[in-house]
Design a protein. Structure first.
Ligand SMILES: [Zn+2]
Length: 299
């Protein structure tokens, strides 16, 4: 493990997003979710952590400059090494630490489409991002097309591929015994989500995915959202309600031939804005919903 930590320190400065943003002030908050399962919040997507006799595996890894802080937060929980990492999807705020962890010998696991999109790189117009192809160390070693199950730390942890929702490579990671699901960015708690229309995402896909997710949940299940606070079934229902409301309204406006400006002016999220407009501003979110129903208009 010492070797891994020294290796991490040496590669920290090479992350793809390291130059644009300053992460010095970010602290990593650690929350116990269930026996052997933790959630880490810093900047970027929420991280799931499995700890136990077998070691540590992570679900998502935020941004490259935060890797050492994330590893330090794990060390505060356990002295076991990080051995595996699952990516819930390919976005940089969930995979930014891949290169550091991969170079340190952590085995990265993800859906086939996560591998493809990381390896190819590409433009996300809706975020004004041009992502270069990921270096070899950042790419998953193990990929799967449907489900992958880890028999680890006394639990069965299954990554379930779902039909395109936030992207075309989304998984829900379900801890059977601990009764925890990491839902990735398909579910954001009381925050308007990003919808990666250019990578297969859509409002309809997200609503369909919420129905899949709800079947995995009982009243005691803890849900780690891609962004936002630790959640339960009730919060997932609130999110589904927000998405079906805005989706239904915008779909009608698009079908009536309204322009993006007209759809934004119609304020299709009026009763949700105060509670949900914390991360992504309303107009930016309405734009995503609009393009979800009118993808051909996206130039
Ligand atoms: Zn995302």
């Amino acid at each position: 493990m010492k070797g891994i930590l020294f290796a991490l320190a040496a590669v920290l400065s090479f992350g793809a997003h390291a130059q644009q943003r300053n992460f010095d002030a970010v602290t990593i908050k650690s929350t116990k979710v269930a026996e052997g399962v933790y959630m880490l919040e810093g900047e970027g997507g929420n991280i799931g952590v499995s700890v136990g006799d077998d070691g540590v595996f992570l679900i998502d890894d935020q941004f490259a400059p935060l890797t050492q802080k994330i590893v330090d937060a794990v060390k505060a929980i356990t002295d076991k090494p990080v051995r595996f990492l699952i990516n819930t999807h390919y976005h940089g705020d969930h995979t930014g630490g891949n290169e550091n962890l991969g170079k340190a010998g952590v085995v990265i696991i993800a859906h086939d489409n996560v591998y493809k999109r990381l390896a190819a790189g590409g433009v996300i117009k809706l975020l004004k991002q041009n992502n270069p192809p990921a270096p070899r160390a950042a790419l998953p070693i193990v990929t799967f097309n449907d489900t992958a199950t880890m028999h680890y730390n006394g639990d069965e942890v299954t990554a379930h591929k779902i039909p395109p929702a936030h992207t075309d490579g989304d998984v829900f990671v379900q801890f059977k015994k601990a009764n925890v699901v990491h839902a990735g960015d398909v579910f954001a708690a009381y925050r308007y989500p990003f919808i990666d229309v250019e990578s297969g995402g859509s409002v309809k896909g997200i609503i369909r995915a919420m129905d899949i997710l709800l079947k995995m949940l009982d009243d005691n299940t803890k849900v780690i959202p891609g962004h936002g606070p630790l959640s339960t079934r009730k919060d997932v229902l609130e999110y589904r309600k927000m998405m079906t409301t805005v989706g239904g309204r915008v779909e009608k406006l698009v079908a009536a031939g309204k322009t993006l400006e007209q759809v934004v002016a119609a304020k299709p999220l009026r009763e949700f804005d105060e509670e949900w407009g914390k991360l992504r501003k309303t107009d930016a979110f309405v734009e995503l919903v609009y393009y979800s129903y009118a993808p051909k208009k996206l130039k």
